[in-house]
Design a protein around this ligand. Structure first.
Ligand code: SAH
Length: 245
């Protein structure tokens, strides 16, 4: 009599911990707790700190951040901090993801280039807000993990590539928005070249230990540059980044 019941319980458990999180229809603690934690994250870490872009808040309410970290860290996924994702890299702090995404002022029709896929979390947020996301990661294990997570979450408007994103993705250019989620010594010229006139590039620029988030807007015959906030990102390693790990 108990035979058929065991696999069914196992299946329910998988669903609760897995891909349909956030519905809040009363199934189990994990699902409800993650949804509640995500709601608190948006309210306390984003809205209270001045993120008011409704589309960005909605996307971050929706994307299940805990599925982009190792299951053993899932309970910390909604904390106000970056977290390790392996290979010496990190998933960015939720607030920083929100600041960068809001500063891109996406309307929904853009083709966006992201450098530094990492866990794929920022990719998923961008995929909610733009027409297509092209994302490049230099570490194969991270690129493959992110691709799997994005596929399971049914983000079908994302193209991934393994390689040096400091060179951009010329075949897919021009882009209306580019976001670099690793810190660079300076703005890589290929990225400015691959930006459409009127397009925005967000990039942390500075030393390996401290950067300033810079927004570069391409104009006819030049660029406007603004410095937004202080930040600390892992290094952009590549031809137009840092040359060592
Ligand atoms: N957006 C990611 C943040 C990952 S940390 C997230 O939300 O999880 C930054 C990532 O940039 C790291 O995974 C690192 O390996 C990658 N990276 C560093 N230099 C790179 C380069 N030149 N091209 C592509 N990816 C790079």
């Amino acid at each position: 009599m108990t035979g058929p019941f065991i696999p069914r319980r196992a299946a329910f458990f998988h669903v609760e911990e897995g891909w349909t999180d956030g519905g809040g229809n009363g199934w189990g603690a994990a699902r409800g707790e993650h949804a509640a934690a995500r709601e608190r994250m948006v309210r306390d870490q984003l809205e209270r700190r001045g993120i008011h872009d409704g589309r960005v808040l909605e996307a971050m309410r929706k994307v299940p951040r805990h599925l982009f970290v190792d299951p053993s860290l899932g309970w910390r996924a909604y904390e106000d901090s970056p977290l390790p994702i392996g290979e010496g890299q990190t998933i960015s702090q939720p607030y920083m993801v929100a600041v960068m995404t809001a500063a891109l002022t996406l309307q929904g029709r853009e083709r966006v280039l992201e450098i530094g896929t990492g866990s794929g979390y920022q990719t998923a947020v961008l995929a909610e807000l733009a027409a297509w996301v092209y994302t490049i990661e230099r570490i194969p294990a991270l690129a493959e993990g992110a691709q799997q997570t994005l596929g399971r979450l049914k983000h079908d408007n994302v193209s991934t590539q393994i390689g040096d994103g400091s060179m951009g993705w010329p075949e897919a250019s021009p882009f209306q928005a580019i976001v670099v989620t690793a810190g660079a010594p300076d703005v890589p010229p290929p990225l400015v070249e691959q930006l459409e006139v009127g397009g925005r590039l967000l990039i942390p620029v500075g030393s390996p230990h401290a950067q300033t988030l810079r927004r570069v807007t391409k104009r006819d015959g030049g660029v406007d540059q603004e410095e937004l906030v202080s930040c600390v990102f892992v290094k952009l390693v590549g031809e137009h980044g840092w040359h060592d790990e």
